[in-house]
Each structure stands twice: as C-alpha cells, then as structure tokens.
Design a protein around this ligand. Structure first.
Ligand code: PLP
Ligand code: 3DJ
Length: 409
C-alpha cells in the first residue's frame, strides 16, 4: 500500500528520472500556472509550439503566396503522405494503406458499408455495449438500413472485449465486428491481435476504432492482419479541435468500395467526367476536399512520436497510469472512490476512470481551479495522461485536488 506522504517526493523523482520529460517543454501551456493539472489530453491534446509556426507558414507562404497552386504543390497528396508517416511511426502499417480524411464518425460509416458489401451472404454484426456512442449509433443506423441483426457484446463495466467474449457472439453469419482498441470509458486495452484472429476464424471482418490508443499504444496493423481501422487525431495526435480522422484499409482489401462517392475518391478527379469510377488504392476511400489547415498540426506530433519512439511512449504511459492508480488508492479510496479501469497495466490504455457519486458536482469546481479531468456518465472522472505532455507531479496535483474537493464536499 502506498504511503500518501511519500507521493510528492515520488512524483518529483519519477519526473527527474523520466527520459521523456524534456518533451513537455515543447507543448504550449505546459507551465501555465492557471492550469496546474491538465488530465484531458485523451479528449483534446495540447498544441505543440512547432505547430504554430507550421500553421503560420502554411497560411502566409503556401496559402497566401502560392494560392490555388498549393493544390498541385503538395496539398492534394498530403492526406496519403501524412497517412503513410502515421502508419510508419505509430501503426505498423506499410505505405499506401492509411489516409487522413473526414471525421471518425464519417469514416466508420464508410468502412462499415465497405466491409458489409464484402460479406454479402451474412446478416449479423457485432459491437460491444460500451463502445463509444458514435460507433454504436453509426452501426445501428446501417444495420437498420441494410436489414442486419446486431449482436451486442456485453462487457464488464471496468473492462472490455476479450477473445472469449468475441467467440461467444460470432459465428458463420457474422459479417463484421466493430470494436474499440482502448475503451473510451474504462480504458480497457483489447488484445487486438488475438481478437482479430478469432474474428477471422469465423470468416468475418473486423473494424477497429483506435481513437484512444493511436499515439500511445504500439500496434502492428500489418503484422496482426487487421482488416480495417479508424481513429481521430485530436487526442494523442494533438491535431487540434476538429482535426480530421484517419483510416487504415489493408492492401488486400483495397478492392472494397465505400458509399460516399465524391470526386476526390474517383479515378480522375480533374477529368470531371460522367459516372463514378473509384481510384485505385487508398485514395478511393476519400470523398471531398481535404481540410489542409486542419491536418497541418498532426505532422508535428507524428514527427515527435517518431523521435521519442512509440515503445518509450507506452512505457511512460504505463508509469503515469500506475502512479495515478497508486495516488487514487492512497488519497481517494478513503473517500469512497472506486476504480472503474483495469488494475493490470497490460490491460489498460493511457487513461483511468474513477467513480464517485459526487464527481458530477465537483468537476465544475475542479475546472475552475484549472484541474482538468473530464466527467463521464454515470459517475466517472477520467484521468487522461498524455505521455509526452503530462508529468508525474502534475498527476499528483490533480489527484490531491480531487481529494481536497471530496473532503470539502
Ligand atoms: C472511441 C471514439 N470513437 C469516435 C470518437 C469521435 O468521433 P468524431 O471524431 O467523429 O467526433 C471518439 C471521441 O470523440 C471516441 O472516443
Ligand atoms: N470529440 C470531442 C468533442 O468534439 C467535444 C468534446 C469531447 C470530445 C471527445 O473527444 C470525447 C472523447 N472521444 C471521449 O472519449 O469521450
């Protein structure tokens, strides 16, 4: 059992020994006294100082100077180019399989339809009960539209999908399984490799949502034979509010087609001819004009992930969640706070959820103090720990402020 009195000195020592600590200074606001603890990088990551310069250059030199010529001078290629870089540094994906586009919601819509068309004789789809609402809503809508049956995976409150559960709801009528790699609420980290294999044993396809794992949990999409994946870029990829999402379509599935037949997914966009014919390769999953300003900041974080190394990032992420867990046990459990995330570090991503009936009420008070976790129904505070921008003392400040608010409640 951790002694509460030793937590501040342990936090200082962990920061002093942290090989990635020097990266914190690259983020805007990391030393802002008005925000003593930012624990919400799993919802909106901090901006990198490098991105301010990159966006300024884009606006002044490329947009302002080159004007419409910018499309021929790199903008049209940017979604696939940045996708390749992301694939190389964070996803274990060879070039030509990732693309930046749209929002996660829209990409889910496109890839669910694409996958279902690849399994025409099967009429069942699987999703877990506690998946993020957008994933559930999109799949429910498509199931209704296409006359498919939904099979719900009932996952434990403080856990998530595992191989046995997946096997129990899949069979020879299953067309597609849609799962999150890290669960948005519990933080449970699914065994992507084993589950993908189990789904393939039934002949179905699997679509993974990596919103809460991309950039913090190493994955090998190619080696694990993942069919399809999507993720956002505003959490641990620090792309900024509303930055576009990304998709992965395994090379062997790139004959699939998606339902939003826009000109930039067509074979010859500037031919502007009659009838839609999809582009060869990953570009067929694009639809309309890519948001160039919106995707610019992603490049800096992808470069930083390459510099720091995804393995080292995962190590720090695990150390941060472990420290947050020990601080929770020592400072918050005596107030009745309960952990709603896995205790085993190998089974969790980079956030912890803790539950207490007073959390809804005290979240507003915490935000006023610049202590920023987020609240999720029914009683949860999520402590999101972004490895390159969060420090151990910051975690301590956050958890001890929560204890103070609970004590004064
Ligand atoms: C697992 C998951 N999927 C999807 C989304 C959101 O999708 P969108 O980028 O379309 O808002 C989020 C968070 O916003 C999420 O946590
Ligand atoms: N995407 C968000 C937004 O537009 C506003 C507020 C929060 C978000 C989020 O990212 C929520 C997040 N995906 C979650 O896991 O709850």
């Amino acid at each position: 059992m951790t002694d509460a009195a030793t937590l501040p000195s342990r936090a200082r020592r962990l920061d002093a020994e942290d090989p990635l600590a020097r990266y914190r200074a690259r983020f805007i606001g990391h030393d802002d006294p008005a925000v003593p603890a930012y624990l919400d990088g799993n919802s909106l990551g901090r901006p990198l100082a490098a991105s301010v310069q990159r966006v300024q250059e884009l606006m002044v030199e490329q947009w302002g100077g080159r004007l419409i010529r910018g499309w021929d001078e790199g903008w049209l290629e940017l979604p696939a180019q940045l996708g390749d870089e992301l694939g190389r540094t964070a996803l274990g994906a060879a070039p030509g399989q990732c693309l930046i586009a749209d929002s996660t919601t829209v990409l889910l819509y496109k890839l669910i339809h694409a996958a279902l068309s690849a399994r025409p004789g099967r009429h069942r789809v699987v999703i877990d009960r506690d998946n993020f609402p957008t994933d559930r809503y999109v799949l429910e809508g498509i199931a209704a539209e296409r006359g498919l049956e939904l099979d719900w995976l009932e996952v434990p409150y403080d856990g998530g999908a595992d191989v046995e559960l997946v096997r129990s709801v899949t069979g020879d009528q299953t067309a597609l399984v849609v799962l999150s790699h890290v669960a948005y609420r519990s933080g449970h980290l699914a065994d992507m490799r084993a589950i993908t294999e189990a789904v393939h044993d039934t002949g179905a396809l699997v679509l993974w949502d990596l919103c809460h794992s991309v950039g913090v949990v190493p994955v090998e999409l190619d080696a694990w034979e993942v069919d399809l994946a999507v993720g956002c870029s505003y959490k641990y990829l620090n792309g900024g509010p509303g930055a576009p999402a990304w998709l992965y379509v395994r090379r062997g599935h790139q004959q699939l087609t998606q339902p939003i037949q826009g000109w930039l997914g067509s074979e010859d966009p500037f031919g502007m001819g009659q009838g839609y014919s999809p582009a060869a390769g990953i570009r067929r999953f694009a639809s309309g004009t890519p948001p160039i300003i919106g995707m610019t900041a992603i490049a800096d974080m992808v470069a930083l992930i390459g510099e720091a190394g995804i393995g080292a990032i995962r190590e720090k992420s695990t150390a941060l969640t472990q420290f947050a867990l020990e601080a929770t046990d020592a400072l918050l459990a005596p107030h009745g706070v309960v952990l709603a995330s896995p205790r085993n570090p190998e089974q969790r991503g980079s956030h912890l959820t803790i539950d207490h009936p007073a959390f809804r009420k005290i979240t507003a008070r915490l935000w006023e103090r610049g202590i920023i976790p987020d609240y999720r129904n029914p009683n949860g505070l999520r402590l999101g720990l972004s490895p390159l921008s969060t420090g151990f003392e910051e975690v301590y400040r956050g958890v001890s402020a929560i204890a103070e608010e609970l004590a004064g409640d």
